[in-house]
Design a protein around this ligand. Structure first.
Ligand code: NAP
Ligand code: F7E
Length: 358
């Protein structure tokens, strides 16, 4: 069973488990619009089943878990946008923190504590205002957003159920992982979509926040394998899942634009910094404090040594350069197909990020 099956990771994990011969059950929410694009290609598969439920609704979780009686649960559902968690902190806490408790308790109350293994989607955001670089399983947490504080509850309640009831439940402390299916308001996808639209004359410039933020970016398709590996061990343990490489938002921009044939140079600092097309002198990237966060996590860099050793996982199967290339190639094609009326312009994406619908 996968909660968050319609999300980036849920869709890749579904494909991965179906290929392994699993019967996959996904939890979906009712919506007035079509939000199942990422799993549309799986919906005719007879081994893929969808159930209505919500992490905010214990009864629906009890009902679905009691009916399916899953061997493995991957709890991926979350309000996963850090900036948005400042706009909807209470909702974020309910889904991201209490939601984890609801899943664990539903498993226990359905009598599955001894048979059902649970993976919890934890996050490098727990390290937040980092106390050590790079970060490993032993680095102290210092969550730095409502999202991260909620995820910290999830991390500890999983540990508590493991210790109190002997349940096989564990947290993957995953660093940022991206893909061509990444939500459009996360910085990497915002950049690859904008670069593609600028190249095709559908957008003039890209406005970002902190260009100096550093992240350890991996490829989501590679990371779902680790989630599965964590549930196949003799005993449940928490792992850092990362590439061990760090890059800035600025470097991501440079590489994405390079792949579409634009050589960028950056001039100025802070809010005055600009990304300029070397060939034409045109300003293509600007900075706006509207995308700054009340507290921003600026130095994430994971140490995946334990996952490599204990799980036999290869963190750099897809390199950073390859990841950016995959995303840019996908978005160049997607943007080329967009008709004017389908075109989600930059202003709309930006206003969504700021929590304002214009
Ligand atoms: P995502 O694309 O934002 O997907 C989130 C999923 O959660 C969607 O399927 C969404 O459903 C579902 N969801 C949200 N609220 C829900 C609720 N109340 N009840 C049931 N489902 C709900 O996230 P992702 O990037 O795939 O990430 C998967 C998980 O890993 C999340 O828990 C995230 O916090 C965590 N994580 C992600 C990263 C990363 O870099 N991607 C790193 C560390 C941890 P709708 O489609 O209906 O909105
Ligand atoms: O920001 C900076 C921003 O929103 C990355 C989630 O999957 O990974 C994700 O959270 C960095 C931040 O991801 C813009 O300030 C600059 O420092 O892509 P992001 P995130 O906040 O790291 C973690 C591991 C999760 O667990 C989360 O669920 O980029 N940044 N300019 C910007 N970020 C955005 N979104 N938009 C900008 O314009």
């Amino acid at each position: 069973m996968i909660t968050g099956v319609t999300g980036q990771d849920g869709s890749f994990l579904s494909e991965f488990l179906l290929e392994k011969g699993y019967e996959v059950h996904g939890l979906i929410r009712r919506s007035s619009t079509d939000y199942r694009a990422r799993i549309a290609h799986l919906e005719n598969n007879e081994h893929f089943h969808l159930h209505y439920g919500d992490l905010g609704d214990s009864m629906s979780l009890m009902s679905v878990i009691g009916q399916i009686r899953p061997d493995e649960i991957y709890n991926l559902a979350a309000q996963s946008h850090v900036q948005v968690s400042f706009n909807v902190p209470e909702y974020t806490a309910d889904v991201v923190a209490t939601g984890v408790l609801r899943v664990l308790e539903a498993v226990r109350l359905c009598g599955l504590a001894d048979t059902c293994r649970i993976y919890q989607a934890s996050t490098s955001e727990l390290y937040g205002k980092v106390e050590e670089v790079p970060q490993s399983e032993n680095t102290p947490f210092h969550p730095f957003s409502p999202y991260a504080v909620a995820k910290q509850y999830g991390y500890w309640i999983v540990k508590e159920y493991r210790e109190a009831y002997g349940m096989y439940c564990c947290s993957g402390i995953l660093f940022n992982h991206e893909s061509e299916r990444r939500g459009e308001t996360f910085v990497t996808r915002k950049i690859t979509l904008a670069a593609s639209r600028i190249k095709q004359g559908k957008q003039d410039k890209l406005v970002l926040g902190n260009l100096s933020a550093l992240r350890d970016w991996g490829y989501a398709r590679d990371y779902v394998e680790c989630m599965w590996l964590m549930l196949q061990q003799d005993k449940p343990e928490d792992f850092v899942i990362a590439t061990g490489e760090q890059h800035s938002v600025r470097e991501f921009c440079k590489l994405a634009f390079q792949y579409i044939g634009i050589d960028l140079t950056f001039e100025g600092t802070g809010e005055e910094e600009k990304g300029i097309d070397k060939a034409t002198g045109k300003v293509l990237i600007e900075v706006s404090p509207e995308f700054y966060r009340p507290t921003d996590v600026v130095n994430l860099w994971g140490d995946p040594s334990r996952a490599k050793e204990a799980l036999g996982w290869n963190p750099t199967k897809t390199s950073f350069e390859e990841l950016v290339r995959i995303m840019v190639e996908h978005d160049m094609e997607q943007v080329a197909k967009e008709r004017a009326e389908e075109y989600i312009d930059l202003q709309k994406i930006e206003s969504l990020e700021k929590g304002v619908i214009r």
